[in-house]
Write a protein that binds this ligand. Structure first.
Ligand code: FAD
Ligand code: UQ1
Length: 414
């Protein structure tokens, strides 16, 4: 059995950046990161991979190259958290081991649940069915666009919490532009079926997106939830969430699936007293500290923070968690309060983007002194070329707490 001052579960956006911050203060030897994957993916790039603007290889780096050097990398899955014993169980069967912590940061992200839709994941073996949400299926998106001749291109949004709530419709707009460029748009009907009752949760941006939808001749159906994919006859079956039991069958030439998502069993089932009723880590919305276990914090998609789950939110949470946990390590109380900052670069084509940024109250919290609800090339270039640099070179090294300093800098020009 081994003991570390700080154990971090997950080496994704949140885990990696938090480990990097603490490596500089408490020293790398006091830190263990539990992470089974060989590759760390910058998932926000997958929207661009699906549209053929970047490659899957561009989005990944070896995990060993992004975790801070000299920390202990436990290359396995965490399978149980025992907060009363300050212990994380790692692995199963004969490879099972226990790791003890003084302080714990949970950063495991959110689980994709394709299997909750009848016919998936098997239908991914058939042409036309794709999903930007997984490294396994993202390359099928560009292929489906290239293969498209005529018919329906259908895009879905599930009836669960998701990460990056804008991504399901970014690929819709990219597909529209791809088909126009290739002279196939007249033969295509673009359909966006979303479980939500709105196009986007923040009205300021939803208004703009409705204009995009109208000007591009896209059909949007609200409150439609994908329940089955029948690859043999190329149909997708949706339930009408406002008419229980009513199903609609839509034939597709291309189908982009955003999978249902949910808390990992590690949190939901296998870690006593860690989850809330919905299965996410039960933390204080302001301090990110667990509401019952003061030496446990969570960051990112696995936390029950009522904001849109994004890497931008992780950036905003980063500095808050670091300061507050540092205080706790020093026998003090948490002091910084997270405002729910999150951002979603709503890519609407091959050269434009609406940069949504907002807080817990759904109030726009924009960085730049321009109207970000407009489609802009500058914001597209920011998303495509600047954000990856910020992510790899600053954020994962513990040096990016989100754009708040720039917002303050630009405030006088608003
Ligand atoms: P992740 O980065 O997903 O990392 C979780 C890590 O935990 C993984 O490495 C995983 O292997 C590990 N893990 C899981 N279970 C265990 C376990 N039991 N034990 C140990 N380790 C475990 N965000 C934006 O800000 N802007 C965007 O434009 C954007 N676009 C997106 C587009 C797509 C298609 C997708 C899929 C996501 C997008 N996001 C975007 C969201 C962003 O990628 C996530 O919100 C962000 O990665 C969350 O960070 P995280 O650390 O919580 O989880
Ligand atoms: C951001 O900070 C961030 O985290 C690294 C993202 O994730 C990829 C984003 O998409 C965005 C938009 C931000 C916010 C940054 C700026 C400069 C507005």
């Amino acid at each position: 059995n081994r003991r570390f001052k700080l154990v971090v579960i997950g080496g994704g956006a949140g885990g990696c950046s938090i480990a990097a911050k603490f490596a500089k203060t408490i020293g790398p030897k006091s830190i263990a990161v539990i992470e089974p994957s060989d590759v760390h993916y910058y998932q926000p790039m997958w929207t661009l991979v699906g549209g053929g603007m970047k490659s899957l290889a561009d989005s990944g780096r070896p995990m060993s190259s992004v975790l801070p050097s000299s920390i202990e990398w436990v290359k396995d899955q965490a399978t149980e958290i025992k907060p009363s014993k300050h212990t994380v169980v790692v692995g199963t069967g004969s490879s099972k081991q226990e790791i003890q912590y003084d302080y714990l940061v949970i950063a495991v992200g959110i689980q994709l649940q394709y299997e909750k839709i009848k016919g998936l994941p098997q239908a991914f073996n058939s042409p036309g069915v794709c999903s930007n949400y997984s490294s396994l299926y993202v390359n099928k998106t560009l292929q489906a666009l290239k293969d498209f001749n005529k018919g329906n291109a259908v895009f879905t949004f599930p009836n669960t919490p998701v990460k990056c709530a804008g991504a399901p419709q970014k690929i819709l707009y990219i597909a529209d532009q791809f088909l126009r460029k290739n002279g196939k748009r007249d033969n295509a009907k673009l359909i966006y079926n979303t479980s939500l009752g709105v196009l986007f949760g923040v009205k300021h941006y939803a208004d703009s997106l409705w204009n995009v939808v109208k000007s591009r001749d896209i059909s949007v159906n609200l409150r439609r939830n994908l329940v089955e994919v029948n690859a043999r006859n190329k149909t997708a079956i949706f339930e009408d969430l406002d008419n229980a039991g009513k199903l609609e069958t839509v034939s597709y030439e291309m189908l982009h699936v955003t999978p249902p998502m949910g808390a990992y069993d590690l949190i939901k089932k296998n870690s006593e007293d860690i989850p809330d009723a919905a299965g996410f880590v039960d933390v204080n919305k302001g301090t990110l500290q667990h509401v019952r276990h003061p030496n446990v914090f969570a960051i990112g998609d696995c936390a029950n923070l009522p904001t849109a789950k994004t890497a931008a939110a992780v950036a905003g949470e980063n500095g808050i968690l670091f300061r507050n946990l540092t205080n706790v390590m020093n026998g003090k109380e948490p002091e910084l309060i997270y405002d729910g900052y999150t951002s979603c670069p709503l890519v609407t084509g091959y050269d434009k983007c609406i940069l949504a940024e907002f807080d817990y109250n759904g109030q726009p919290l924009e960085t730049f002194p321009i109207d970000q609800s407009k489609e802009r090339r500058s914001m597209f270039l920011m998303k495509k070329d600047v954000m990856p640099e910020i992510y790899w070179n600053l954020m994962l090294k513990g040096n990016w707490n989100g754009p708040a300093p720039f917002r303050k800098l630009f405030a006088p020009f608003k």
